[in-house]
Design a protein around this ligand. Structure first.
Ligand code: ATP
Ligand code: MG
Length: 327
């Protein structure tokens, strides 16, 4: 029996295989031939085609805001993932799901996993796994606060080994920033840029550090003339469309903290907040959060991989897995 932890992200699917570590990390994306419905390209290869396909080809992201929205494409994509790492053995998988993931969403994962041939399926909420992935010890008496900021959603939760104390998932993440950056560049530079360029710009020069002046040349189309044009864009130029969403995330985290029992709140302030998810790679992110929430902010290792790494820890520890697995 082969054991896997699978983190199906809005943007990137990551898979941990027991005994091997992280064996798969690719865009959660496929291309579909519109007239026949045939699924043609998968993963990073499919995402590279975004904005460049002919009329008959559609680029499909089967997960939106952390939820499976296209079961057929998701099942085909999962088969593609498994085909890359497993050879005809029976698979046991734990799926990393958003905090407070409803039963109806888990049923979709279940159907998709079954159709991809997975024999046994379990679910664990992402914040537990983010803590495990960053080697934060979980106990009954020491509550932990974690925020996972992905492409399509943000999960914030306070929990201990005894269970969730409070947890929320909001539909805000890196994708919102990318879309807003497109509009912002069109307004301020009269330049229309594509989704891939916008994401690359955010990931290369996006920063929450005041007066950061990293810059990147972006290529697009002049809004007035329609002709190709390039401009240099610096961190400061895209601060607004990034910070607006980070501030929303902080606002939600503060609301959650205010609702916690006093003892739990005190423990949170002492222990700090664990940050995970790709958006934590923004320059100055942890310091910005720490400053606003007035507590330490920890992002150990590669925050984008924390959840799936934690999944790997969980599948290697049956008694721990039984405790944190959703019913
Ligand atoms: N260096 C970076 N700076 C800013 N954002 C980044 C960086 N690297 C990756 N990201 C962003 O992180 C997001 C992907 O992170 P992650 O893999 O944690 O999300 P996901 O798991 O696919 O999504 P979700 O958890 O919301 O379903 C994307 O929006 C990506 O653009
Ligand atoms: Mg995620």
């Amino acid at each position: 029996m082969l054991k896997l932890a699978i983190d199906v992200g809005t943007s990137v699917t990551k898979i941990y295989r027991i005994g091997s570590g992280i064996v798969f990390a690719e865009a959660t994306c496929v291309t579909v031939q519109k007239d026949t419905g045939e699924i043609r390209a998968f993963g990073n290869e499919a995402k590279r085609l975004l904005g460049k396909t002919a009329d008959l080809t559609e680029v499909v992201f089967p997960v939106f805001e952390g939820e499976i929205v296209n079961e057929r494409c998701m099942a085909a994509y999962l088969e593609y993932c498994l085909g890359k790492i497993v050879r005809r053995s029976s698979v046991d998988a734990v799926f990393c799901v958003p905090c407070a993931c409803p039963a109806s969403s888990r049923e979709k994962y279940y159907r998709v996993a079954k159709s991809a041939g997975i024999a046994r399926i379990g679910f664990v909420e992402a914040p537990y796994l983010a803590a495990l992935g960053q080697d934060i010890p979980l106990s009954e008496s020491n509550p932990v606060f974690a925020i996972d900021i992905g492409a399509g959603k943000t999960s914030s939760a306070a929990f201990s080994l005894d269970g969730m104390i409070a947890g929320v998932t909001m539909n805000v993440g890196g994708n919102n920033m990318d879309i807003h950056i497109i509009d912002h560049i069109a307004e301020n530079f009269n330049l229309k840029i594509g989704a891939l360029t916008s994401e690359k710009l955010k990931n290369s020069v996006g920063s929450l550090i005041a007066n950061d002046n990293q810059s990147m040349i972006v290529n697009g189309r002049d809004v007035a003339t329609g002709k190709p044009r390039s401009v240099a864009v610096c961190s400061e130029d895209i601060l607004f469309p990034i910070r607006i969403y980070v501030d929303k995330i902080i606002e939600y985290a503060e609301l959650l903290l205010q609702k916690l029992p006093a003892e739990v709140s005190a423990a949170m302030c002492k222990n700090g907040v664990i940050l995970s998810g790709g958006v934590c790679n923004l320059a100055g992110f942890a310091d910005y959060i720490s400053d606003k929430l007035q507590m330490d902010a920890l992002a150990v290792g590669d925050p984008q991989m924390s959840v799936v790494l934690g999944g790997g820890r969980a599948i290697g520890n049956d008694s721990l897995l039984r405790r944190i697995q959703m019913e």
